[in-house]
Design a protein around this ligand. Structure first.
Ligand code: 3NM
Ligand code: MG
Length: 540
């Protein structure tokens, strides 16, 4: 062994594939460029190479790796690994059984295993610390590299489930690398979003093939990856994610910023909401754009003070939503996600879960049924897309569900109902390998309630919940660089609830309620006196 196996640095793990090399480059060239720029572990994974060539190549790459003090792992071929005295072996679920591999390799070599399911974690935990050293957790995202994939992409939430299972099963020794479809656009998000629910671990490294092996400039590609992995701050919005003691003066400040910047609020939303959401946005002095055109999403995302509301009652195809989510993340503009009818049907569940793996959202807003489903804290089924009765569900339980969603998606979660709950799970955008959330769990997150008693008629108009999404997207969109996300979200919910209350005292029925709600939003926003708003904000 080049270094004791407990000292292996898993942070940037390059797996080879000689079928995707760019013209003029050899496998050796690409590995060398990687090693020179921060690759910390190498695996030779060659599916169609003759044994003799594999051994020749293995010996060369082994020597190269050892010049950089980097261990060399061999995929699948235990015989080749032993023949060339490689530092370890990586096997998949259909390869030689782990206890046999370990028996052949002896105790000191590194043994890695591809894992996609919790049951596999339970198995490795039973074997104990002398068997598996690390697991490749995947597939994270769709990839063309692995032929005939047997697993569907699990996304960061699936990877978090694997990390949680390692903790639950006390497999504390086992290191983890994420694998599958990892490229610069998602590295920070993967490190940020993947952690065990007890807050004690996140992934120990990023493992990838094509981003380096297929690169025309493998050195440059590795530098980019290394920088992302070593960063400690995931700036997915151009304003602050710091915790705040939200107060009326903070909210006043948010409203002033929105008045000055008049954000452009792109709505990808359902037909019923489009007109009302546009009018709500206009009442807040801002510009709605109801575009669902894929080819212009990038242009819109580059407009300063743009924000995006994704409401999955939308008729836009998933690919369009994905393109928009990517673009807004890339240009560090905020996205508010409203998973309408989450899990009401299988179709909605798949669409919402897929979209949730595509990006990083500054806020996820849902009614109590949606939040309970997202938190996996309900056995009950939703009725239609309206909030199911929350009778019998305690405030403590809803607060915990909101915290759980905030924690799981590293977002500000909003759960609407007669009492609204808001939990801040942004962790200031802090990212780091291995350490998770440093022991902080969902129930430790800051949580606020917004209350104004029952609001008659509010539930009798359509798109009132969706338009809270418009209000949040407007306020976060209008934040200046020093503005704070949680101030804007709490402010938006308090403003919207207070305006609903005011409208209900003025309206004669559900028809005039619509009009009165727009007027009330217009009035309260323009007066900008949050200290007089009727809805109460309480930090629990
Ligand atoms: N194993 P790329 S996914 C080798 O899920 C491998 O276990 C996977 O390639 C798993 O970085 C994968 O080019 C391919 O997407 C990863
Ligand atoms: Mg294999």
């Amino acid at each position: 062994m080049i270094i004791p196996k407990q000292d292996v640095d898993y942070s940037l793990y390059l797996v080879t594939d000689s079928t995707m090399l760019p013209p003029g480059k050899t496998l050796y060239d690409q590995v060398k460029a990687g090693l020179e720029n921060g690759v910390t572990l190498v695996q030779i994974r060659e599916k169609d190479t003759d044994t003799k060539s594999f051994i020749e190549e293995g010996l060369e790459v082994r020597e190269l790796c050892h010049q950089f003090n980097v261990p060399l792992i061999i995929n699948d071929r235990v015989d080749v690994a032993m023949a060339i005295d490689a530092d370890g072996v990586h096997v998949g679920q259909d390869d030689m059984p782990i206890p046999m591999v370990r028996k052949l390799l002896g105790p000191d070599k590194i043994l890695g295993w591809s894992v996609g399911f919790v049951s596999e974690v339970e198995e490795l935990a039973k074997w104990g610390p002398d068997m598996i050293d690390y697991i490749g957790v995947g597939t994270l995202f769709p990839t063309l590299t692995k032929k005939n994939p047997k697993k569907a992409p699990m996304g960061p939430q699936g990877a978090s489930g694997i990390l949680t299972a390692l903790e639950d099963n006390k497999a504390f020794w086992c290191k983890t690398v994420a694998i599958g479809g990892l490229h610069p656009d998602c590295i920070e998000r993967v490190i940020y979003q993947c952690n065990s629910s007890n807050g004690k671990r996140s992934i120990d490294g990023i493992s990838l093939v094509s981003d380096i092996m297929a690169s025309e400039n493998a050195a440059e590609s590795t530098v980019v990856l290394r920088k992302l992995i070593d960063g400690t701050n995931f700036k997915y919005v151009n304003f602050q994610l710091t915790p705040s003691d939200v107060s009326s003066s903070n909210i006043k400040n948010v409203i002033s910023q929105v008045k000055a910047s008049r954000p452009l609020v792109q709505h990808m939303t359902n037909k019923v909401h489009q007109n009302f959401g546009a009018n709500v946005t206009l009442a807040l002095g801002s510009s709605p754009i109801m575009s669902e055109v894929e080819s212009e999403a990038r242009d819109l995302a580059q407009i300063p003070q743009a924000s995006l509301l994704v409401n999955t009652g939308s008729v836009a195809p998933a690919t369009t939503l994905r393109t928009a989510i990517r673009a807004y993340n890339e240009f560090k503009r905020p996205i508010v996600f409203d998973p309408v009818g989450y899990s009401a049907t299988e179709t909605r569940l798949i669409l919402n879960d897929t979209l949730l793996t595509f990006g990083q959202f500054v806020c996820i807003k849902g009614n109590s049924s949606e939040i309970l489903s997202l938190a996996k804290m309900t056995e009950g089924k939703m009725k239609g897309v309206d909030a199911a009765g929350t009778d019998g569900i305690t405030k403590e339980y809803l607060a915990l569900a909101t915290q759980t969603v905030a924690y799981k998606y590293k977002t500000i979660a909003v759960c609407t109902g007669e009492t609204d709950f808001i939990a801040d799970g942004t962790f200031a955008g802090k990212i780091e390998l291995s350490n998770g959330t440093e022991g902080i769990t969902a129930k430790d997150l800051p949580v606020y309630t917004i209350e104004d008693g029952p609001i008659p008629i509010m539930g009798d108009i359509t798109a009132s919940g969706c338009s809270l999404g418009s209000t949040i997207a407007t306020l976060v969109g209008g934040l200046k660089e020093d503005g704070i996300a949680i101030d804007a979200v709490v402010g938006a919910v308090q403003l919207y609830k207070s305006a609903g209350k005011l409208a209900s005292t003025r309206a004669r029925g559900s028809g005039s309620f619509h009009v009165e709600l727009i007027d009330a939003l217009y009035q309260l926003f323009n007066e900008n006196k949050p200290e007089e708003w009727t809805a109460n904000v309480t930090r629990l």
